[in-house]
Design a protein. Structure first.
Length: 70
């Protein structure tokens, strides 16, 4: 399963990650950038370290799980 991770810095300069399932691919960097700007501007998320104040990075992460037969 793939996820889009949006990573921000909060007021304590700690990383806060917002994960979104099933991202549209290929990801449009301009749209991701604009969405992250809007999240900061609208102040719509709060973390234990304070408000989100800066963008850190965005990435698509894929996790694969394989069962081991016992």
């Amino acid at each position: 399963m793939k996820k889009l991770e949006l990573k921000f810095l909060n007021e304590d300069n700690k990383t806060v990650t917002i994960s979104l399932d099933q991202p549209v691919e290929p990801a449009d960097p301009a749209l991701v950038n604009a969405a992250m700007d809007a999240i900061i501007q609208e102040d719509c998320f709060y973390s234990s370290g304070g408000n989100l104040v800066a963008k850190k990075e965005a990435r698509i992460v894929e996790r694969n799980v394989f069962d081991v037969e016992l």
